[in-house]
Design a binder for this molecule. Structure first.
Ligand SMILES: C[S@@+](CC[C@H](N)C(=O)[O-])C[C@H]1O[C@@H](n2cnc3c(N)ncnc32)[C@H](O)[C@@H]1O
Length: 298
């Protein structure tokens, strides 16, 4: 696994040439407000505040931190040196590859002037496939968050086990697992049922579809506080009434390792951007992320 923590002096002029419009089109700039709308009220801040009551050092990880907008908004809300921020992206991008880019992001989204942002402890950024494992020791993070990123990961089951492993006892994770729209084509309906649609996280058991909600119910019966939540039919951040989301809320309530018993079926797993024949916006609404297919072996 290559872990790159970047410290470079790339040119600010080059950065400022990337307009807000272009950033919006690229879609790596969702806000803390959108994250909170997904998970409810002030879910992220509440989780951090809760941990600050008992922990001297509070570590927060965002998986798929995009341009670092959420991390910088959290930074401003909790500017203390006792709160450490971490982000993992798959690879460096023109808008996020080094510390300077956190300052650009602060300025671009009016989080705070870059001179103010420069005085704050900046997030630690890493660039690798989170599905290959989280390169951190056990019981390290207090809060792990993620939006519109987990569906891009191939090894989704291993990533969930890694989230559990790296959370401290009492730590929390808020993970947006997948999204679904009623008019998705048949090939993306295999993993879905009306209760819990995860078209990009498909599970089979003995050759038949096994609803992901059943898997999470099994975990609950084993005592793991891992809940799957279906967002309302029309969450406030969605312009489309047929849109639903599946979210995972984790409370690390026991130190035992988590094992999901899911084996990736690499032959059936499909990178959905390869299905997309062209760059049409209409198709990119459907064919994004990776449809990971698993066999439940227990
Ligand atoms: C669509 S962007 C969303 C960014 C941001 N969370 C947002 O909502 O605007 C997807 C993000 O997930 C990251 N990502 C995709 N696959 C990943 C992987 N396998 N491991 C780590 N990060 C990944 C990308 O680097 C990118 O930052």
């Amino acid at each position: 696994m290559t872990t790159t923590q970047s410290h470079s002096n790339s040119s600010n002029e080059e950065q400022s040439s990337i307009s807000l419009q272009k950033r919006a089109r690229i879609g790596r700039n969702r806000s803390l407000k959108q994250m909170n709308q997904r998970f409810g009220a002030s879910a992220v801040s509440d989780a951090i505040t809760g941990r600050l009551r008992t922990e001297k050092i509070v570590r927060i990880l965002e998986i798929g931190f995009g341009e670092g907008r959420v991390l910088m908004e959290v930074r401003l809300l909790f500017p203390y040196s006792s709160v450490l921020l971490y982000g993992i992206n798959h690879q460096p991008e023109p808008t996020m590859s080094c510390d300077e880019h956190f300052l650009d992001t602060s300025e671009a989204y009016n989080i705070c002037p870059r001179s103010e942002a420069a005085k704050l402890p900046l997030p630690h950024s890493y660039f690798y496939d989170a599905g290959s494992g989280l390169d951190f020791e056990d019981n390290f993070f207090d809060v792990i968050i993620s939006q519109v990123s987990f569906p891009f990961v191939v090894e989704k089951a291993f990533l969930i086990e890694e989230i559990w492993r790296t959370l401290k006892p009492g730590g929390k994770a808020l993970i947006h697992l997948d999204s679904y729209e009623n008019d998705y084509p048949h090939m993306l309906s295999a993993g879905t049922n009306r209760e819990m649609p995860t078209p990009r996280f498909v599970i089979y058991r003995h050759g038949r579809i096994f609803a992901i909600s059943h898997l999470f119910n099994l975990l609950k019966t084993k005592g793991f506080a891992i809940n799957l939540v279906r967002s309302s039919e029309m969450p406030p951040h969605s312009p489309r009434p047929s849109y639903t989301e599946s979210l995972m809320k984790v409370d690390k309530n026991r130190s035992e390792r988590l094992s999901l018993g899911l084996e990736l079926d690499r032959i059936s797993t499909l990178d959905l951007k390869k299905v997309r024949a062209d760059e049409s916006m209409e198709l990119s609404r459907v064919y994004w992320g990776v449809m990971s297919v698993f066999n439940l072996t227990v």
